[in-house]
Design a protein around this ligand. Structure first.
Ligand SMILES: Nc1ncnc2c1ncn2[C@@H]1O[C@H](COP(=O)(O)OP(=O)(O)O)[C@@H](O)[C@H]1O
Ligand SMILES: [Mg+2]
Length: 234
């Protein structure tokens, strides 16, 4: 973690995103604590982003907690994750704790889900939390999803952690708007068909307290680094 001085003496603590090329776009890293949304369509790299974020923390000796909403057994997730060179399976169960919410979100009351999540957070005491993907919860839970998101974002910030929440959208949508107003940062992962090729981009739409770069930047997804922001072509 690093701190950066601002003229009024209030310092914002930042943690590295773990995505090569992203930290320089956001004054060194994500604010800490904060809730950051990473949004995009299926296959654009949200889970890859989340895994890289947590493994960067593990590499630095920070504790990570990965909530999935997909009812995916650890072994299944690990089989895919270990295809990436930056993933050390030994991290899981140690510096990265995997917690499957999938089995319990159907028909759950918002307050009950928040309590379950907070119990896990209290047990693990992570500096880095991931919720991947959040979108599933909206269609499964009882009650007011918007109010749940708002309470969740506020409670997460009290835990001294920076949380990456992934949001899946349909082609043509930018990000889940019900989550947009509750978070401190919005990062879009985008796909576009150009000259017969499918190109991928990253764009920082919002990052509180941060003089961030605007506009979309090209990214590459590969086995070595996960997601990398490519140097501008201009
Ligand atoms: N081990 C891997 N090596 C190389 N590319 C991968 C690997 N895993 C995933 N990818 C690429 O990254 C893309 C995004 O995957 P993922 O992060 O799961 O997307 P999302 O979570 O947004 O649906 C995949 O469609 C694939 O092209
Ligand atoms: Mg995913």
């Amino acid at each position: 973690m690093t701190t950066c001085s601002v003229p009024n003496g209030n310092e914002i603590i930042r943690i590295s995103s773990g995505i090569p090329g992203l930290d320089p776009m956001i004054e060194g890293g994500f604010p800490f604590p904060a809730v950051i949304m990473v949004a995009g369509t299926a296959g654009v790299g949200k889970t890859t982003f989340a895994l890289k974020y947590l493994s960067e923390g593990a590499r630095r000796g920070e504790q990570g907690l990965y909530f999935t909403t997909l009812s995916e057994p650890t072994q299944w997730m690990l089989r895919y994750a270990s295809q990436f060179k930056f993933i050390d399976p030994e991290m899981f169960g140690d510096k990265i704790i995997y917690s499957d919410l999938g089995a319990m979100i159907r028909d759950i009351e918002p307050a009950d889900l928040l309590n379950i999540m907070e119990e896990k957070i209290a047990e693990v005491m992570p500096q880095r939390i991931v919720i991947d993907p959040i979108s599933v919860i909206g269609s499964m839970m009882r009650g007011n999803y918007r109010a749940f998101l708002f309470d969740m974002a506020n409670r997460l910030k009290n835990w001294n952690a920076t949380t990456v929440v992934t949001g899946e959208v349909l082609p043509g949508e930018m990000y889940p708007s019900d989550l947009g107003y509750a978070v401190d940062g919005i990062i879009l992962l985008l796909m576009a068909e150009e000259e017969g090729a499918r190109r991928k981009y990253i764009e920082v739409l919002k990052m509180r307290g941060t003089d961030h770069m605007t506009g979309k930047q090209s990214i590459d997804i590969n086995r070595n680094d996960g997601i990398v922001v490519l140097k501008s072509r201009f």
